[in-house]
Design a binder for this molecule. Structure first.
Ligand code: A2P
Ligand code: MG
Ligand code: MG
Ligand code: MG
Length: 305
């Protein structure tokens, strides 16, 4: 099965296992205590967990899929890793599923894998570990098609740490229970560490009954999927393609939308600009275009249409 399944199914099944191992590395770095924080820019920390998790993910996926382009947040990594960090196995349960017809013939050169080894780094360094996710996004040509969102610090009912959510357009999602957000309310989830005046202007334009401020693009999209919020608003540049590729694919596989603040999906081919200049707007589905028109024109003009 493993060797005959379509490439996209093998990439997804391998990414599920790889994200779990990366999650273990992230927990280990925290346990050992020295985070090795480096500032990449304003409000843009990197830790030993970001660096090590990226090495594990990119080394494992490069070895398994040598013809596939992989782009990671932390730049060029040393792929010479110990055997313990090389993930060989595929998630067998996922591999049993049938591949949607539209992706069956996609070839290695059609893919770009966008890796955010640790989303929510600021929150990780501040102890908000439940906001942290590992994101592996799978694009085919321009589109975000598949995604893995792994939560290293999610506590399972049996006490075990870690949960892995996946989504593939045309197939569906797994690893969590989908819920609808409460009707009659309008709950927005948004940044807690990258706000500015422009973003605040957009937030003020929504009739929100509650605003949740949490870290990470992955965690905010999980809040939409689990019915904790109706919309995710981030009306300024700051997020990059590795922040949104996996969340977009998972959310859209569940019937939602993740676009820029003009309602347009980003492109995820290997040549795109990494920054998502036009911000992020995500919702569970029914009224996405109405949300787009709530954002003031001057905010839209400031980020560029
Ligand atoms: N100004 C910024 N500089 C660097 N990364 C940003 C910025 N804004 C957002 N991000 C990335 O997008 C994620 C979601 O943003 P926020 O938590 O503010 O809503 C952040 O966790 C961070 O990813 P990462 O933690 O992987 O560096
Ligand atoms: Mg970062
Ligand atoms: Mg990120
Ligand atoms: Mg990151």
């Amino acid at each position: 099965m493993a060797s005959t399944a379509p490439v996209i199914m093998r990439i997804m099944a391998s990414s599920i296992q790889t994200a779990k191992l990366a999650g273990g590395i992230i927990r280990d770095v925290l346990k050992q205590g020295d985070l090795g924080i480096v500032d990449k820019g304003k409000n843009d920390p990197q830790t030993e967990a970001d660096r090590s998790a990226q090495r594990c993910i990119i080394a494992s996926l490069t070895k398994k899929f040598p013809g596939v382009k992989i782009i990671g947040e932390e730049g060029g990594s040393d792929l010479n890793v110990c055997d313990d960090w090389l993930v060989e196995d595929l998630d067998e349960e996922f591999l049993q599923k049938s591949c949607p017809a539209e992706w069956r013939d996609a070839k290695p050169e059609d893919f770009v894998i966008w890796v955010d080894p640790l989303d929510g780094t600021a929150e990780y360094t501040q102890g908000y570990v439940e906001h942290v996710t590992v994101l592996i996004g799978i694009a085919v040509k321009d589109a975000a098609v598949g995604g893995i969102i792994h939560q290293p610090f999610y506590q399972q009912p049996d006490g075990e740490l870690g949960r892995t959510i996946w989504g593939l357009k045309g197939l569906g999602t797994g690893g969590f229970t989908h819920s609808l957000a409460p009707p009659g309310e309008f709950i927005i989830t948004t940044t807690r560490s990258h706000s500015n005046a422009l973003h605040q202007q957009a937030l003020n334009a929504f009739p929100a009954t509650k605003i949740l401020k949490v870290g990470g693009a992955g965690f905010k999209v999980l809040q939409l999927l689990e019915g904790k919020a109706h919309a995710y608003v981030f009306a300024t540049p700051g997020c990059k393609k590795w922040d949104t590729c996996a969340p977009e694919a998972v959310l859209e596989a569940q019937g939602g939308f993740l676009t820029d603040i003009n309602g347009k999906n980003y492109s995820y081919n290997a040549d795109v600009e990494h920054v998502n200049r036009q911000g992020v707007l995500a919702s569970v589905g029914e009224n996405h275009s109405e949300l787009v028109y709530k954002i003031p024109r001057k905010v839209r003009e400031a980020v560029g249409v």
